[in-house]
Design a protein around this ligand. Sequence first.
Ligand code: ZN
Length: 276
Amino acid sequence: MGSLLTAVASWLDARAGNGRWLLRIDDLDTPRVDPDAESEILATLTAHGLYWDGPVARQSDHVAHYHAALAKLAERCFACRCTRRELRGTDRYPGTCRTLSLPWEGNAIRIRSEGRVEFVDRVQRACSPGESTASHRHWGALDDFVVQRRDGFASYHLAVVVDDQAMGVDHVVRGADLIDDTPRQLFLIDALGDARPSYAHVPVIVEDSGVKLSKHNQATAINRRFARRNVGAALTLLGFDPPDENIATILEWAIDHWDIARIPPSPVVQGFTAIS
Ligand SMILES: [Zn+2]
């Protein structure tokens, strides 16, 4: 249901803005990719009336783009041999390997970065200290973060930035649990000389305990037989009052009534009871 909420919001934002809605499968982490997961995702989207434009993109098709981007950033990067254990308890990378000139082979690659990055979010009010709560301007302090993992795969941050650029993405609508990643991704976008997309971070659904609904905490898969009610519930959580109609009519109504300012400017929404 949490994923559906984000999908509905991004689909409506694209449709109401006469944009295209692009679908990308994040399959970079090959050992962990479940072969059945992709067909499940596509079936769930279409059952809920959420059709995408063009072919399905895959991160595994963009590997050459990641290498090209890393080459472009190479002068600002350094190899790091710190283990997860050595970095435990530090929320910022302390710069241990910055000046060691370690070989890239077999090490993680970090990019030198400091200062802070500012951006405006279309949904979330600022939560940074000293900022007006009515403001939608956010900022995040940077540290030297990983752009290529020790195993040679692009980091998540580098991958999504390069993917978005390759696909011509100019609007990102995603869950608010990812808002803290945005400054790092904007730093990479600026460093690569690419155009910044606009961002809208929609609330994530939490259980009454405050824990995010996800497959990590055994949230049940959404039931496609109740697609109409699921779409209605997603719209209600997004701040709309949809008509009791079939899916196509509800979605048409929602395109006509779409106003991103109605989405609660909160990182979470609560009190949802799953229909199963
Ligand atoms: Zn290090």
